[in-house]
Design a binder for this molecule. Sequence first.
Ligand code: LIP
Length: 277
Amino acid sequence: NNRHWEECMEFAVQTARRAGQVIREAVKLDKCVTTKSSAVDLVTETDQQVEELIISTLRDRYPSHRFIGEESSAAGERCFLTDSPTWIIDPIDGTCNFVHSFPMVAVSIGFAVKKELEFGVIYHCFEETLYTARKGHGAFCNGLRLQVSKEKDVSKALILTEIGAKRDPETLKIFLGNMEKLLKAHAHGIRVIGSATLALCQVATGAADAYYQFGLHCWDIAAAAVIIREAGGVVMDTSGGPLDLMSRRVIAAGTPEMADYIVQQLHSISYERDDHD
Ligand code: LIP
């Protein structure tokens, strides 16, 4: 089966590159923007077209596999993992960036078997950089091996986060309070780049020391989790427990010490689980 997953990953790479080309063309055109869970949770026709392209391409080749996709879920499809081989897809991660032509947009394709993540492919559409990892085989960016940062001390850390779709006063207070705590601990800086998957890839390369977020989705985490782990990093729940792909929250870091420190600082923001009924 291992050989088979390797072939699946090669096909995922081809498919992500094709999708990225469609996104690069579409960003130059007028965009038809609508909203989903909130006024800042954006979707465009391109998100839907690219998801359709990716899923139909993969389904033609692997008809027995299951698919979880951001836009299929928005359209009402149930989102849950079974033991079957399952593709977990974000056609455009960084939709708000895409809408503004801010060049941080990625295609993310993760793959799980028996509820375990096997490989991840993330393609930065504008830089044309490709992040890949398969369980047990290392993580790569454009073929070069990745290694996370070894930093343990928050006062020497560059930390990434994302805001999430909820913007009510209570949520914003917790969000800003979390940032304030890390800034008071003298983190070198905090960045919000608008793409959870590309931010997580920065942890895999060692350019960032940690990432945390409340409110992201399984398709933002799946591929990146494999890439960070294979680069030697940790990916866990914000409670400090094991990662729960459907829980809408994550902490990733180069070292367990860094992750544990951030766990201690964060106040939780609750979002409805991805696998809710
Ligand atoms: C979004 C991320 C964004 C994060 C949101 C959301 P989308 O994905 O890229 O950075 O804050 O939680 O998941 O909607 O652009 O695919």
